[in-house]
Ligand binder design. Structure first.
Ligand SMILES: [Zn+2]
Length: 371
């Protein structure tokens, strides 16, 4: 993997990640393909939205159909027909989400399969092996997501366990895939710094920020991004995991983040929430029933070109599959267009104007921060 930064506006970077299955223009958004599919979208759809990389979920795929099944069928790319790069998460976040049902020791985690009740034990080394079986292009280390809120001592112990696991992941990693480390440390800047320094020592291909979007306030999240902005290695891609709304992405780019993933555009689409240049549109609301205009007059996607708000309102209210498909397509297209606009603005030295214009149109207050 190679990473180049082409342009910079304060901390915001416009770059390019080179992987054997294709290049990724950054800042990049990665649609989430939980079960080997970005819900409601075909591979052709994903290509038409401008997506250059998608995310696969280790936890879900190892349980069903099983990573060995996928390996025997030629890997996740061949299995799903997605030919561009895939980043796989480590399963750590999903296991952490099981709460009391999971037991964590130095060696690894044990939990019950929610599908058949089987007892599963997973070590950091297993997570790397599973991701290699899937044929991932970017592998994430197996970590423990720190609970929110956490006392300093608890967050410290959790972070230190994650760093010992990160080293074990690095030692176990044997494929050509890139390997990213994950900064933990809860809401404590001293722990975040310690975690980042340990990851830099172990030497990963990229640095991710984990343990955010777990219930903390916006101010807490921003303070972690602000703290890390000038400390993360300049020559490596930076990935903010699980974020977020369009305004969260624009803000994080200002602090130098290059990669994002989030289920929001597809999940919200299925609930009738559409992202537009002028804010969120709830397509199920009554006024849309008679509205012949497109979802977003500034959007050039096939949905906005060919269908009305009234039709999407009808599809959503009758729970038609096509409603989810069209809404998901528009939302991912909106996110990818936002990323392209961000990249163009940084390249053309007008990022500050872009950010002001974005908040203006979204009718949101622009948060303080570098620009
Ligand atoms: Zn559209």
């Amino acid at each position: 993997m190679k990473f180049k930064v082409h342009n910079q506006a304060k901390f915001a970077r416009r770059g390019e990640l080179e992987l054997s299955k294709g290049n990724i223009n950054t800042p990049a958004f990665m649609p989430v393909g939980t079960n080997g599919t970005v819900k409601s979208l075909t591979v052709d759809d994903l290509n038409d939205t401008g997506s250059e990389i998608i995310l696969g979920n280790t936890y879900h795929l190892m349980l069903r159909p099983g990573d060995k099944v996928i390996k025997d069928l030629g890997g996740l790319h061949k299995f799903s027909n997605w030919k561009k790069p895939i980043l796989t998460d480590s399963g750590g976040f999903q296991v952490w989400s099981l709460g009391d049902l999971v037991k964590i020791t130095e060696e690894g985690v044990s939990f019950q399969s929610p599908y058949d009740g089987d007892k599963i034990f997973m070590k950091p080394e297993d997570s790397i092996k599973i991701q290699e079986n899937l044929g991932s292009d970017i592998i994430m280390v197996f970590d423990e997501c720190t609970d929110y809120p956490s006392a300093h001592q608890d967050a410290k112990e959790s972070m230190e366990l994650s760093m010992r696991w990160a080293k074990r992941c690095k030692d176990a990693h044997s494929s050509k895939a890139a390997l990213f480390g994950i900064v933990q440390g809860g809401m404590y800047t001293d722990l975040r710094e310690e975690s980042l320094n340990q990851l830099i020592d172990i030497d990963f291909d990229g640095i991710a920020i984990g343990g955010l979007s777990v219930g903390e306030s916006k101010e807490e999240k921003t303070s972690i991004l602000e703290f890390l902005a000038d400390k993360m290695p300049a020559d490596k891609p930076r990935y903010l995991m699980g974020v977020g709304k369009p305004e969260d992405i624009v803000e994080a780019v200002r602090y130098g983040i290059d990669m994002f993933d989030c289920v929001l555009p597809t999940r919200n689409a299925r609930n009738g929430q559409l992202f537009t240049s002028f804010g969120v549109l709830n397509i199920r609301n009554a006024p849309n029933r008679h509205d012949d205009s497109p979802v977003d007059p500034l959007c050039e996607c096939k949905v906005c070109k060919n269908y009305s708000r009234a039709y999407l309102n009808h599809l959503s209210r009758t729970n038609e599959m096509l409603g989810s498909m069209l809404s998901s397509f528009h939302n991912i297209f909106y996110y990818q267009t936002l990323m392209k606009d961000i990249r163009d603005a940084i390249s053309n030295d007008r990022f500050a104007n872009f950010v002001k214009d974005f908040y203006n149109k979204q009718n949101l207050d622009m948060p303080d921060g570098p620009i």
